[in-house]
Write a protein that binds this ligand. Structure first.
Ligand code: GLN
Ligand code: ZN
Length: 772
């Protein structure tokens, strides 16, 4: 390393920053590029603009030391960026590298989005967040070579504008642990076995960054905080080896390894024993390690992730300062950062002027977190200088605890009075008989999952209503017209249990957040979900109650149009929590029970209005599953309980359905069983009914609807194809339990293909019914 490269690690920095842009500029540019509306140069200019705006903004907020600004920009995904730099293009894509051996922007987007012949890389959840990354496909055949220079170019671009950033890349151990074996790999192949082959590519990249003048590089190793299937000793050996090789590089920036999303536990010692230069640990979600463990760090800089990067609440600076004191006593050099990248939170609370000043004062989005980190770094240098800011945070947090709506006596009295009986319905056999008598359904009843196509007319009506161009009466009439059309269509197609189509819902969580007490919604609070897709999570800040029925008028109207049973449609407590920013001042289970009780009231009102079938969607049940296996049981207990609390007030004759968006039951089949729903619909079409084997093995005893129509693409499943899927299903699941339905809601589909597909479902059902 040259002299110039030996700068200290910045006292204050973020692990990462949102890259989609304050006004989703990246989304717009990328989508315009895909649509052929702008060229590669214009896309590049938009990206540079976002990078420079970010760097200047963070400097302005006080993160102005060298390497304080994280180089975490990405055109699509950080794992895909690593794939590009490692040249790890799956063989199935053929020759995707250009004449210079580089994966250019079109090749990069091909991996993300697929092409005519090839499916894109699979997408999956990034740790315990709602961000999704693209899964690398690695096999013995993967030919690793540095196939992108983007990280270097981005660094050079910022430097030319006077800002030395800190380049970022997913570290080698995490990269391979997040990979799956390629199609061509032998059955027992483990991607981690290719460690020796990817390290030279990292070394080459380090050399280029050093030559460009980078003093630090951030290697992200979150996989080290998760219980992996790979034995811990193997991961330990891989980590030791990886950082032995990287630290031995002839020319390199100083190595900073970040480990967000939880405690490193035993792997702290592994990293401490390497020659890296700085180590980040998450001490927000994770525990403060023992002094003995920290002593092993020796001369390395410990970067304390004390400010939460994953949720939006203002930091309790006094608590963080106390953690820093503890760490300072045990570690040599100490710097301050966030627990995770702030890519999971919106940019700036100042944008949300429609929120009350009080609520805004409780929040910290990415820009506020930058300031918090800076204050805490100042505290380390000179405690007195941070006193005013720390006191202010303490005062705001104290005022939050007593603010109106945060703790409501009526809500608390209700949750405190809950008994075992509130979580249990009658025996299933009793319910089954009562429901049979009430519903008179044929064998293999047909239904859909809830939403029908959200046409541009529906969306524009909602937008005009929000702008005041359409009165509430006019808007409601349009929605009723749509419901009528959906009901008539289902009657004509011959469905047995009907839905109203959900036209009045902007989103299955936000709709409920807007109609329950204890929530607020943002205007600009977009966060990246994957690629160019963003979501705008609601803020669950107070005790949750329902001040008036939410869905009842719509369900009642829909039921009035038909003599067939109309399914009431609700989003379950776990999904509402998983897709919102949830209060951090009480256990999640307590919050989930409050939501559960609000839904329980809604179910009672639906029943009173004559609704006999009610579906409570829980597609996110698996999403909040903790990263450490030791925490699974406690999570599954409270999550399942909140669903049971929501539904257990229903009468025996009321049929409770639930819907889950996936088919890998794996670790949670007991939990799904524990929901005790009368009917469970799941995704199965894409996996060709694989799930029926799990159901059979588990002796799943209640109604189940494995999807027979993959709604993720416009493709229409033929009658013969659906007949075959159903014939497979009846071989493994008793026919009296079996339902016929699509994989999921139809809101992203068009009407033409939906109608044809739904028609084929009914025809196939008739064929299979006749064969029973
Ligand atoms: N009822 C919802 C719908 O049909 C379910 C969506 C989901 O599970 N993601 O749209
Ligand atoms: Zn679904």
């Amino acid at each position: 390393m040259t002299e110039q490269n030996l700068t200290q690690f910045p006292a204050a920095s973020l692990l990462g920053y949102p890259r989609i842009g304050r006004r989703r500029e990246l989304k717009k540019a990328v989508e315009a590029y895909w649509a052929g509306k702008i060229d590669a140069a214009a896309l590049d200019a938009a990206a540079k603009d976002i990078q420079l705006t970010t760097a200047k903004r963070l400097q302005e907020l006080g993160l102005n030391e060298a390497a304080a600004v994280p180089g975490t920009f990405s055109f699509y995904d950080q794992v895909l960026d690593a794939t590009a730099h490692l040249g790890a293009v799956p063989a199935r894509f053929g020759q995707l590298l250009n004449a210079e051996g580089q994966l250019d922007i079109d090749g990069y987007f091909t991996l993300a989005r697929g092409n005519k012949e090839q499916q894109p890389l699979e997408m999956t959840k990034w740790f315990d967040t709602n961000y999704h990354y693209l899964v690398p496909e690695i096999g013995p055949e993967t030919d690793f070579k540095l196939a992108s220079n983007r990280i270097v170019e981005e660094f050079e671009f910022a430097l030319a504008n006077g800002i030395e950033t800190r380049p970022y890349i997913v570290g080698p151990v995490t990269y391979l642990l997040l990979s799956k074996a390629s199609d061509d790999a032998p059955a027992d192949f483990a991607p981690l076995s290719r460690l020796e082959d990817i390290l030279p590519v990292y070394v080459e990249l380090l050399g280029k960054l050093a030559a460009a003048g980078a003093s630090w590089i951030q290697l992200d190793e979150p996989a080290l905080v998760v219980d992996q299937d790979t034995p811990a000793a193997e991961i330990q050996a891989a980590t030791a080896r990886a950082y032995e090789v990287l630290s031995g590089a002839a020319a390199r920036p100083q190595l900073f390894v970040s480990t967000p999303y939880g405690s490193l536990d035993g792997q702290l010692g592994t990293l401490a024993a390497t020659n890296i230069d700085a180590l980040h640990i998450d001490v927000f979600k994770g525990a403060v390690p023992s002094a003995a463990a920290l002593a092993g760090l020796g001369n390395k800089t410990l970067v304390a992730g004390v400010v939460d990067g994953h949720n939006i609440w203002r930091n309790d600076l006094a608590v963080s300062a106390a953690k820093l004191d503890e760490l300072k006593a045990a570690a040599g050099k100490l710097a301050v950062s966030t627990s995770t990248s702030t890519q999971h939170v919106p940019h700036d609370t100042a944008e949300e002027t429609q929120l009350s000043a009080q609520l805004r004062s409780w929040l910290a989005f990415a820009d506020q977190k930058a300031v918090e980190v800076k204050v805490l770094a100042d505290y380390l240098a000179n405690p007195a200088s941070a006193k005013a800011a720390i006191d202010e945070a303490s005062a705001v947090i104290a005022s939050r605890a007593t603010a109106e709506g945060v703790q409501r006596a009526d809500v608390r009295a209700r949750t405190a009075a809950l008994t075992e009986a509130d979580f249990n319905r009658s025996e299933y056999s009793v319910r089954e008989a009562a429901q049979e008598a009430a519903l008179h359904l044929p064998p293999l009843p047909t239904t859909t999952i809830g939403s029908f196509p959200q046409t541009s007319e529906i969306r524009s009506a909602r937008a005009r209503n929000n702008k005041g161009e359409l009165s509430n009466e006019q808007y409601e009439q349009l929605m009723k017209d749509e419901i009528k059309r959906v009901v008539e269509l289902q009657e004509e197609l011959g469905y047995d249990v009907l839905v109203h189509g959900e036209p009045e819902r902007n989103d299955m969580v936000q709709y409920f957040a807007e109609n329950l007490e204890g929530f607020d919604v943002t205007v600009h609070g977009w966060v990246q979900s994957y690629g160019s897709r963003c979501t705008r999570p609601s803020i669950l800040w107070g005790d949750v109650t329902r001040s008036a029925p939410i869905t009842v008028v719509w369900a009642e109207y829909a039921q009035s149009l038909t003599s067939k049973p109309m399914k009431g449609m609700l989003t379950g407590p776990v999904t509402i929590l998983a897709w919102s920013f949830v209060r951090d001042d009480q256990p999640l289970g307590e919050t989930a029970n409050q939501v559960g009780l609000a839904l329980r009231d809604e179910i009672a009102d639906l029943e009173a209005a004559g609704i006999k079938v009610i579906q409570v969607d829980e597609p996110a049940l698996r999403e909040l599953l903790p990263l450490r296996k030791a925490d699974h049981a406690a999570y599954l207990k409270w999550s399942v309980d909140s669903f049971r609390l929501a539904t257990a007030g229903a009468g025996d004759a009321t049929q409770i359905h639930t819907h889950l968006c996936y088919s890998e039951f794996g670790v949670i089949i007991d939990a799904i069983d524990g929901l005790d729903a009368d009917v469970t619909s799941i995704e199965a079409a894409r996996s060709r009914m694989e799930v029926v084997h799990d159901l059979e093995a588990h002796h799943f005893g209640r109604g189940v609807g494995p999807g027979v129509y993959d709604i993720h693409s416009p493709r229409v499943p033929g009658e013969a194809e659906v007949t075959e899927l159903l014939s497979t299903a009846v071989k493994h699941v008793p026919s009296r339990q079996l339902w016929v339905n699509p994989d999921c809601g139809l809101k992203t589909r068009g009407y033409a293909e939906t109608e044809e597909s739904l028609r084929n479902l009914v025809k196939a059902t008739k064929t299979v019914r006749a064969s029973l």
